[in-house]
Design a protein around this ligand. Structure first.
Ligand code: COA
Ligand code: ZN
Length: 316
């Protein structure tokens, strides 16, 4: 396997995860989770989104959260925005990076942001202008990059044309998002084989949802093509309220455990992350999909059953 020495994880649980929670999570608890993630050494955190509070009431406290978090040197704090109004709010809140959203599928884009793809790209032009004036870099995410829950297949040529427009607008990075877990590793490989050489200098991120248990296999495939940036969500929280069937992102602690077990560095303290995942479970009041919190790390050992030790043959 072709493995990088180090990858960068962006934690999206407080945005992609909290946005879909049915009960409003109090602002101080959101702040606490962000601070714990940063203390665990998370290099990037997508803290919240600056979207219409009617669309996502759960994140209506975005400005308060951004104002109160402790900014740890070494962590990049970003927020998701769909339009220039969101970009102005995000810049006012002193984000380090703006993450934009547009879908590769017309139906999902209309359902999510009430715009056609062309209308969204016009708005994202205005976002780019706000960001440029403020000196804030932009990373552009593309929802439904590998398939749409309404339309099915998203042709690669179409995805490529959306990437080209976003790169023209000055995006420093492109996030390919598998919003409802439709991608498979071979497909991820085909997409990257075509896109990576066509857009040199772009920092690629793979944003996965584990809806069909293909998130980590897809990440392994992306690493084969040189991708070293991945979004993940603490506990495996997550889902888009405007994409039917969407469920949680790849679970951060499960992914980091897998990477560390293979010798790939992340700079994140896994034990601190596991504690944070437990805290998040307490906040949302239920167990989350993450496996590591239940199973423990790979080096967990159990006591031998009675009478077994004496019967183990000596190694020759
Ligand atoms: N932040 C705060 N308020 C915003 C906003 C933003 N970024 N963008 C628009 N609004 C407000 C407008 O001021 C207006 O308020 P009013 O009703 O009090 O006058 C209202 O929202 C409607 O604005 P309009 O421009 O007509 O937007 P819309 O109703 O067509 O909705 C979006 C478009 C993009 C604002 C909305 O669909 C949205 O926020 N979607 C986000 C979806 C999301 O986050 N999905 C999950 C992540 S992938
Ligand atoms: Zn997502």
């Amino acid at each position: 396997m072709k493995l990088p020495k180090r990858v960068t994880i962006c934690e999206v649980g407080t945005r992609d995860g909290f946005q879909i929670e049915p009960e409003f999570i109090p602002t101080d608890q959101k702040i606490d989770v962000v601070n714990r993630l940063a203390s665990a050494g998370m290099p990037r955190i997508e803290v919240t989104s600056f979207v219409s509070p009617k669309a996502i009431p759960q994140l209506r406290d975005a400005a308060e959260v951004m104002a109160a978090i402790i900014r740890r040197p070494g962590t990049t704090y970003s927020a998701l925005v769909p339009n220039d109004k969101g970009a102005v709010r995000a810049v006012d809140a002193r984000v380090d990076e703006i993450h934009t959203v547009v879908s590769a599928s017309e139906s999902h884009n209309l359902a999510n942001v009430n715009m056609t793809i062309a209308e969204s790209l016009t708005k994202l032009g205005a976002v780019a202008e706000v960001a440029r004036r403020a000196g804030v870099p932009v990373v552009s995410g593309i929802s439904c990059s590998f398939g749409c829950p309404f339309e099915g297949d998203v042709p690669l040529a179409h995805l490529e044309s959306v990437v080209a427009r976003l790169v023209d607008l000055g995006a420093r990075g492109i996030g390919l998002a598998d919003t409802t877990g439709m991608a498979n590793p071979a497909q991820v490989g085909r997409a990257l084989e075509r896109l990576v050489p066509r857009f040199p200098g772009v920092e690629w991120t793979l944003h996965t949802h584990d809806t069909r248990a293909m998130a980590i296999p897809n990440i392994l495939a992306a690493m084969e093509y040189g991708v070293t940036h991945f979004d993940a969500s603490i506990g495996g929280l997550g889902g888009c309220p405007f994409a039917p069937g969407a469920s949680g992102n790849v679970c951060t602690e499960d992914l980091i455990h897998c990477l560390h077990a293979m010798g790939v560095e992340t700079g994140v303290d896994l034990d601190a992350l596991i504690e944070t995942a437990k805290r998040v479970q307490a906040i949302v009041g239920r167990g989350l999909p993450g496996q590591l919190v239940k199973a423990g790390k790979w080096d967990r050992r159990y006591p031998l059953p009675d009478g077994v030790r004496d019967r183990i043959p000596a190694r020759s």
